[in-house]
Design a binder for this molecule. Structure first.
Ligand code: CUA
Length: 318
C-alpha cells in the first residue's frame, strides 16, 4: 500500500493505527445504534391520525444508559490515548541514533551523527537532503528545527507527525520494521513550494547500513576534493547555479540539464558534443552559442583559467 497511516510499518504507526481502529469501530457501532434508533422510532412512532405518541420524560433506564455508556467510552479512549502517547512521546528510552533535521523552504536537511563512518574530508559530517537513510528496527530520534516558517514532518507508514517550529526545538522518534522506501511529506502549509517538500525515508538492513554510509560519504567527498576546489567554487559563484543542478551543492537550477553526473553522460549540448571529455567541455563552456546556435546557455565570457578549473571539476561528476 502507499503512504497511508493505516498501513503501519513501524511501532509508532502501529500504536496509532490500533488506537484509530478501536475508536473507529466503536464510533461505527454508536452510529449504527443511534441512527438506527432514530430511523426505527421515526417510522414506528410517527404521527398518525388517531394515535397519540407516548411520553416517557424522566425514563431512568434510558437516561442512565445514554449517560453511562458514552462516559465509559470517552474515559476508556482517554486512558488508551494517554497510554499510547506515553510510548509515542518517549523520545529518550532506547534511542540508538539521533538525526538533527532542519526544515527550510522547501526542503529537509538530515545531519548524521558525528561518528567516524559519517566523517567527510573537510572534517564535517554527512548530511543529506530529501532522503533520510536509517537502519531497520532501530529507534531513531529526529530532532526538528526550522529556519523560516513552521513545517511538519510526517512519514505516514512509519508514524509520528511533528511540527518543526522556528525557535522551538521539537522531536519525535521513529523506527521501520523492514527495509524499504517510505514516502513522506511536509504536512504544514509553508509557502508555494510546500507540495514539493517531500521526505523519502529509506530503511536499510542493519548489515548493509554501513555500506550505504560509506557510499554516501564517498559521494559527498567527491564534491569536497581539494584538487577540484577552485573549479567548484568558481562554478558555484557564477550564473551556472541559476540553471543547473548539482546534487549535494547549492546549485539547484532547473532550466538547464542536471550536471550531478555530467561526466558519465554520453554527450553534452543536446548531443552535439560527444564524448564528454576535457576538450569538448572546454569548447562548450568557452562559447556555447558558437557550438550550438540558439542555445539558452550564454557565453559567460570566462577566462581560460576559469574554464579550465570548471572543466576539471565537472570531469569528477561521474
Ligand atoms: Cu514545509 Cu510545508
Amino acid at each position: 500500500m502507499g503512504p497511508w497511516p493505516n498501513d503501519p510499518l513501524g511501532p509508532q504507526a502501529r500504536e496509532i493505527a490500533q488506537l484509530y481502529w478501536i475508536m473507529f469501530v466503536c464510533a461505527v457501532v454508536v452510529l449504527a445504534i443511534v441512527d438506527g434508533g432514530i430511523v426505527y422510532a421515526g417510522i414506528k412512532f410517527r404521527e398518525r391520525p388517531g394515535h397519540v405518541a407516548k411520553q416517557f420524560h424522566g425514563h431512568n433506564f434510558l437516561e442512565l444508559t445514554w449517560t453511562v455508556i458514552p462516559t465509559i467510552m470517552v474515559v476508556s479512549f482517554s486512558v488508551l490515548s494517554f497510554q499510547k502517547l506515553g510510548d509515542i512521546n518517549d523520545t529518550r528510552a532506547g534511542v540508538e541514533m539521533t538525526i538533527p533535521t532542519q526544515a527550510q523552504q522547501w526542503s529537509w536537511t538530515f545531519s548524521y551523527p558525528e561518528e567516524q563512518r559519517f566523517k567527510l574530508l573537510d572534517g564535517t559530517y554527512l548530511k543529506t537532503s530529501e532522503e533520510l537513510h536509517i537502519p531497520v528496527n532501530t529507534k531513531v530520534l529526529i530532532k526538528l528545527s526550522a529556519v523560516d516558517v513552521i513545517h511538519s514532518f510526517w512519514v505516514p507508514n512509519i508514524g509520528g507527525k511533528k511540527d518543526a517550529v522556528p525557535g522551538r526545538p521539537t522531536e519525535l522518534w521513529l523506527s521501520a520494521d523492514k527495509p524499504g522506501t517510505y514516502k513522506g511529506q511536509c504536512f504544514e502549509f509553508c509557502g508555494t513550494g510546500h507540495a514539493d517538500m517531500l521526505i523519502t525515508l529509506v530503511a536499510h538492513p542493519k548489515n548493509e547500513y554501513d555500506a550505504w554510509a560509506a557510499d554516501a560519504v564517498k559521494e559527498a567527498n567527491r564534491l569536497l576534493d581539494p584538487a577540484t576546489k577552485k573549479g567548484r567554487e568558481t562554478f558555484l559563484s557564477l550564473a551556472c547555479v541559476g540553471c543547473h543542478t548539482v546534487k549535494g551543492t547549492v546549485a539547484a537550477g532547473k532550466v538547464g540539464p542536471e550536471l550531478t553526473h555530467v561526466a558519465s553522460k554520453k554527450s553534452i549540448a543536446g548531443g552535439v558534443l560527444s564524448p564528454v571529455d576535457e576538450a569538448n567541455l572546454t569548447k562548450w563552456i568557452k562559447n556555447p552559442p558558437a557550438v550550438k546556435p540558439g542555445t539558452l546557455m550564454p557565453n559567460l565570457g570566462l577566462s581560460d583559467d576559469q574554464v579550465h578549473d570548471i572543466v576539471q571539476w565537472l570531469l569528477t561528476l561521474k
